[in-house]
Design a protein around this ligand. Structure first.
Ligand code: GDP
Length: 477
């Protein structure tokens, strides 16, 4: 915040020389083109008998809150899909297989570019795949407030079945409320056992339709490309049920799925447009940065003029490299964009200094005071399966009519970055039982403002959770 001396003089209706003289008396040597900080300007204005009123700046004036669109303005949009699953079960192979087999010759002209997401056209409909598979990226984005995925494809290798990261993927998509379709992969393998996969997944409420459940299963081989059509058809059917729609006729809003500093082109970011249409020349704000759309490229490297809902598009014209998950909002003009970005950077600096924690066992009540049934979300990591089950059992029993204990995820092994992201995205407290954090994990937890509690005795954990819940129930008025 600063004001030029000349502008201040004009506003006060005095000569600049007089201001310079007064400043000298205050011990400040100034020239006409100099800018003064607000404090100095205030003192100076008071010298001349004025009172300075601080007019707050609110970006809400310019970035309007998301509001319900008139139903008539809504048009169908393509589903956006993320592939998840255990390592080596074939996520990357499946993404590649779909990309190779489905990018039709209709779209000729242009070579596939890796921009973070790609478009697929089929006879049955169109969809978009995010290029970073796995629940880590998915939840990291969610922790930043970005939900771009409409449907999750859970890949499970038919010769291996449900593994640790399969379970994590299930819990991460459940926590996000995103519907899930199972792709049983590696069906070409001799020892493929899809029945076993179904049995194991049924334990997680992913009961196949043929067994009376409502989970869609597809059987594929990323290697031989078999079953891909079927899988895509299932995804499109699921999308139809969800009736995905957006209003293309307004200023664009979306999220960054990937960004980088390009030698020749400066900062570029791939925006997944979620509503409105982004045009060449639009001014925008994105995270702490701003800019003006200088060029738009699709995933075929084609220079395009505009991008509507569900379109991933590489944008050139950022004044800094944004982060995956940052919200991207087109605004009325450059000036507003710059102003908002400056304001955000100031706020960010203040926040970095304050470092408050998102949810702690103690702060829980205050945050949820106005809700009827409060829920205390927990992510629990324990050393072994036995103690994990004991922990879950013990805290689950603490649920009452007023406070529900919700186990967002339970797993064994050390606390990982994705556990922290899940806790952050779900406003959960992380509990470590018989596990110790590394320095890096502590840092990330601090950055993400997640409260981690460590215990090695169950009753201690139970008592503290109970106390926290009781505290919640008895607000001191
Ligand atoms: P990711 O870690 O989940 O991304 O798994 P990858 O896509 O990297 O695949 C792991 C390994 O499984 C690689 O050696 C792939 O060639 C192999 N693989 C993936 N899909 C199939 C499949 O459908 N059949 C067979 N036989 N092998 C596959």
């Amino acid at each position: 915040e600063a004001i030029r001396l000349g502008d201040l003089a004009r506003q006060l209706g005095v000569k600049v020389q007089e201001l310079i003289k007064s400043l000298m008396q205050l011990g400040i040597m100034a020239t006409i083109n100099q800018s003064l900080d607000i404090e100095t300007a205030t003192v100076l204005a008071e010298e001349f008998g004025y009172e300075v009123e601080k007019v707050g700046f609110s970006e809400d004036e310019f970035i309007l809150p998301k509001e319900e669109d008139n139903p008539e303005a809504l048009e169908p949009r393509w589903p956006v899909v993320t592939i998840m699953g255990h390592v080596d079960h074939g996520k990357t192979s499946l993404l590649d297989a779909i990309r190779e087999s489905k990018i039709t010759t209709k779209e000729a002209g242009g070579i596939t570019q890796h921009i973070g997401a790609y478009y697929v056209g089929t006879d049955r409909g169109e969809l978009v795949f995010l290029d970073t598979p796995g629940h880590e990226a998915f939840t990291a984005m969610r922790a930043r407030g970005a939900q771009v995925t409409d449907i999750v494809i859970l890949v499970v290798a038919a010769d291996d079945g449900v593994m640790d990261q399969t379970r994590e993927a299930i819990n991460h998509s459940k926590a996000a409320g995103v519907p899930l379709i199972v792709a049983v992969n590696k069906m070409d393998k001799e020892n493929a056992d899809p029945e076993r996969v179904k049995r194991e997944l049924a334990e997680f409420d992913l009961v196949p339709e043929e067994w009376g459940g409502d989970t869609i299963y597809a059987y594929v081989s990323a290697k031989s490309h078999s079953g891909l059509d079927d899988l895509l058809e299932m995804v499109l059917l699921q999308a139809e049920v969800q009736e995905l729609k957006a209003n293309p006729a307004k200023r664009a809003r979306g999220h960054i799925v990937e960004a980088k500093l390009d030698k020749g082109r400066g900062a570029v970011g791939t925006v997944l447009v979620q509503e409105g249409t982004l045009h060449h020349g639009d001014a925008f704000v994105c995270g702490l940065y701003h800019g003006k759309v200088r060029a738009l490229f699709n995933d075929r490297g084609k220079n395009i003029k505009s991008a509507g809902p569900s379109m991933p598009v590489e944008v050139q014209g950022f004044d800094g490299v944004p982060e995956a998950g940052d919200e991207f909002v087109a605004v009325q003009d450059d000036k507003v964009a710059r102003r908002i970005a400056e304001e955000r950077q100031t706020k960010q600096r203040e926040k970095d200094l304050a470092k408050e924690t998102k949810v702690t066992l103690e702060s829980f009540m205050a945050a949820k005071a106005d809700e009827e049934v409060k829920s205390l979300n927990l992510v629990i990591k324990a050393d072994v399966q036995g103690s994990l089950e004991a922990c879950i059992e013990a805290v689950r029993k603490l649920s009452t009519d007023e406070v529900k204990v919700e186990i967002i995820h339970g797993g064994t092994g050390s606390i990982s970055e994705s556990d922290i992201m899940l806790a952050s995205a779900s406003s959960a407290v992380l509990i470590g039982f018989n596990v110790r954090p590394t320095a890096r994990i502590k840092d990330i937890a601090e950055q993400e403002k997640v409260d981690i509690r460590f215990y090695d005795v169950i009753y201690q954990m139970v008592n503290e959770v109970k106390d926290a819940m009781a505290g919640m129930l008895a607000p001191v008025v």
